[in-house]
Design a protein around this ligand. Structure first.
Ligand code: ADP
Length: 469
C-alpha cells in the first residue's frame, strides 16, 4: 500500500511523540513512587516516635497512673489515624484509643484509593501493629501498642496528592500528543509541499514542456538540491533539443548542397549540354566524399553511447602510430600550402583502444586543416609529463570565439565562424573526440584566441608498469 509522504511523516512523528510520552510517564511515575514511598515511611516513623515520646512524657509526669488524662493521646490517635493501646507490666489494658475511626478511614481509603492500591506496592487494607516499651522512671513498665491500617500509612492527603499527580501525567501526555500532532502536520506539510511542486515540474518536463522550471524556496538542503537538479535537467534537455533541431536543419542544408550539385551535373550530362570530363567527375567525387564523411560521422554518433562499454584496449607504440597518422595528413596540408610540424617523443607505449586513438587524432587534425588560413600551420606534439601521456594539437587558424568555447564538445555545436567557412562539418567531431578520450580514462582541454590559435591538450594517465617497454 502506498501512502503520501505527508501521512507517513505525520504518522511517524506522532508515534515517536506518543512513545516518548509513554516512556517518560512510566519512568517518572516509577521515580516519584519510590521517593514518595520513602518519604511516607519516614513520615510514619516520625509520627510514631512523636506519639511514643508524648505517652512516655505523660506517664512520667504523673506518679498516679490512674489520674493521667488520656484525652491528648486520644486526640493524637484520631488525628494521626493510629490505634494506640497502653498496657501495664501485668498486661492489663490501661488505655485503648478504640478503632472505630480507623475502620471508617480504611473504608474511605478503599473507596477512593482503588487507583492507589498498587501505588508503592501496599495494600491499604493491611493492618500493622507494633509493640514498644512504656518507660516510666527509666524502667520498662509496660507496653505501648501502635497499630495502623494501610490507609493510615497513606493518609488521605497523600492519596489526594498521588491522584493529582497521576492526573497531571495523563493531562500532560494528552496535551503533548495534541501539540505533537499539530507540529507533525506542520512539519510534514513543509517537507511534502515543495516535493509535490518539484514532482509537478518534473512531470511537466517529461511531458514535453522543456521550459518548465521549479521555483520553490525551502530551507531543507536536500529539497533545494533536488529542485536545482530538476532545473538543471530541464536546461540540459532544452539545450539538447535546441541542438537537435539545429542539426536537422543543418543536415538538410548540408545534404541538399552536394545533392543539388550532383543532380544538376547529371542532368547536364543527360541533356548532352556537358561532356563528361575528368574534372567534372572530380567534382562528383568530392561531393560524394563529403556526403560519405557526414554519414560516417552520424554513424559514429549513434555509437557514442557505447564508447565506454565497447573498449578494445591494447598496448601499442603511440609514437609510431601518431607519426603514421600525421604522414597521411601531410599531402593534404602540403596541397594547400599549410605546414604540419610534429614533435613526437619516441617509443612511448600506451594502453588504450587503438581505433579510438586513430579517430581522435583524425578528427583533431582534420579540424585544424578545415579551419586554417592561407600559410597556416599545425603543430602536433607527444610527450610524457609526470605520469601522463600528453598530446597537443595547436594551429594558427581562425580560432574559436570565446562564447563558443564552452560548447564545442556538445553534440552538433558549430560556431557561426566555422559555418561561414563552409567546411561541411556537422558539429559531431569534437563530441566523439571527448567521448573517446574519456572512455579511455583521459581528459581533454581546449583553449583558443580568435583569429590567432586553437589548442587542444589531451592527457592520458598511465601506469608506468603498463606503458614502459
Ligand atoms: P565540425 O564538424 O563543425 O568541425 P566539431 O565537433 O569537430 O564539428 O567542432 C565543433 C566546432 O568547434 C566547429 O564547428 C568549430 O566552430 C570549432 N572548432 C573545432 N576545431 C577547431 C579549430 N581547430 N579551429 C577553429 N575552430 C574549431
Amino acid at each position: 500500500m502506498k501512502i503520501t509522504l505527508m501521512k507517513k511523516l505525520s504518522l511517524v512523528i506522532v508515534c515517536a511523540i506518543l512513545t516518548a510520552i509513554v516512556i517518560t510517564s512510566i519512568l517518572s511515575n516509577f521515580a516519584v513512587n519510590r521517593n514518595f514511598k520513602k518519604y511516607l515511611i519516614d513520615e510514619q516513623s516520625t509520627k510514631i516516635n512523636n506519639v511514643l515520646t508524648m505517652i512516655n512524657q505523660l506517664y512520667n509526669s504523673q506518679s498516679d497512673i490512674a489520674k493521667i488524662n488520656t484525652d491528648e493521646i486520644q486526640r493524637y490517635a484520631e488525628l494521626q489515624e493510629l490505634y494506640i493501646e497502653i498496657r501495664n507490666s501485668d498486661n492489663k489494658i490501661l488505655y485503648s484509643s478504640g478503632d472505630s475511626y480507623l475502620k471508617h478511614q480504611s473504608m474511605m481509603g478503599n473507596m477512593m484509593g482503588n487507583t492507589m492500591n498498587n501505588f508503592s506496592g501496599m495494600n491499604i487494607s493491611d493492618y500493622t501493629e507494633n509493640k514498644y516499651s512504656l518507660i516510666i522512671a527509666n524502667k520498662s513498665s509496660g507496653t505501648i501498642i501502635i497499630g495502623y491500617y494501610g490507609s493510615s500509612f497513606l493518609s488521605s492527603n497523600s492519596l489526594t496528592f498521588l491522584a493529582a499527580l497521576n492526573h497531571a501525567f495523563v493531562l500532560s501526555a494528552a496535551i503533548a500528543a495534541i501539540f505533537g500532532f499539530i507540529i507533525s502536520i506542520i512539519i510534514s506539510k513543509q517537507i511534502s509541499k515543495p516535493l509535490v511542486k518539484v514532482t509537478k515540474t518534473s512531470n511537466e518536463i517529461s511531458s514535453g514542456n522543456l521550459s518548465a522550471r521549479s521555483s520553490i524556496r525551502s530551507n531543507t538542503k536536500e529539497i533545494m538540491a533536488l529542485s536545482d537538479s530538476i532545473n538543471h535537467l530541464g536546461e540540459t534537455l532544452q539545450d539538447q533539443d535546441m541542438l537537435r533541431k539545429k542539426l536537422s536543419s543543418d543536415m538538410a542544408h548540408e545534404l541538399r548542397t552536394p545533392l543539388t550539385t550532383l543532380k544538376t551535373h547529371v542532368e547536364a550530362f543527360m541533356d548532352g549540354v556537358w561532356e563528361p570530363t575528368n574534372e567534372r567527375f572530380q567534382i562528383f567525387y568530392d561531393e560524394i566524399d563529403r556526403l560519405t564523411k557526414m554519414i560516417n560521422n552520424l554513424y559514429s554518433l549513434s555509437k557514442l553511447e557505447q564508447a565506454g562499454s565497447n573498449l578494445n584496449k591494447s598496448k601499442f607504440n603511440i609514437s609510431e602510430e601518431l607519426e603514421k597518422i600525421i604522414d597521411t595528413f601531410e599531402p593534404l596540408y602540403m596541397k594547400e600550402n599549410y605546414t604540419i610540424v610534429s614533435k613526437i617523443a619516441p617509443n612511448i607505449s600506451i594502453f588504450m583502444d587503438k581505433d579510438h586513438f586513430k579517430q581522435i587524432m583524425n578528427n583533431l587534425l582534420s579540424n585544424s586543416f578545415k579551419y586554417l588560413n592561407p600559410n597556416g600551420y599545425a603543430e602536433i606534439s607527444l610527450l610524457e609529463e609526470n605520469k601522463n601521456i600528453v598530446i597537443k594539437v595547436r594551429d594558427n587558424g581562425i580560432g574559436i570565439p570565446k562564447n563558443d568555447l564552452p560548447f564545442i564538445f556538445e553534440r552538433f555545436y558549430r560556431s557561426d565562424l566555422s559555418r561561414s567557412k563552409d567546411t561541411g562539418g556537422s558539429g559531431i567531431g569534437l563530441t566523439l573526440v571527448k567521448a573517446f578520450v574519456e572512455a579511455n580514462g583521459g581528459k581533454i582541454y581546449a583553449s583558443s584566441e580568435l583569429g590567432k590559435y586553437t589548442k587542444f591538450k589531451i592527457e592520458f594517465y598511465q601506469n608506468h608498469m603498463l606503458t614502459r617497454n
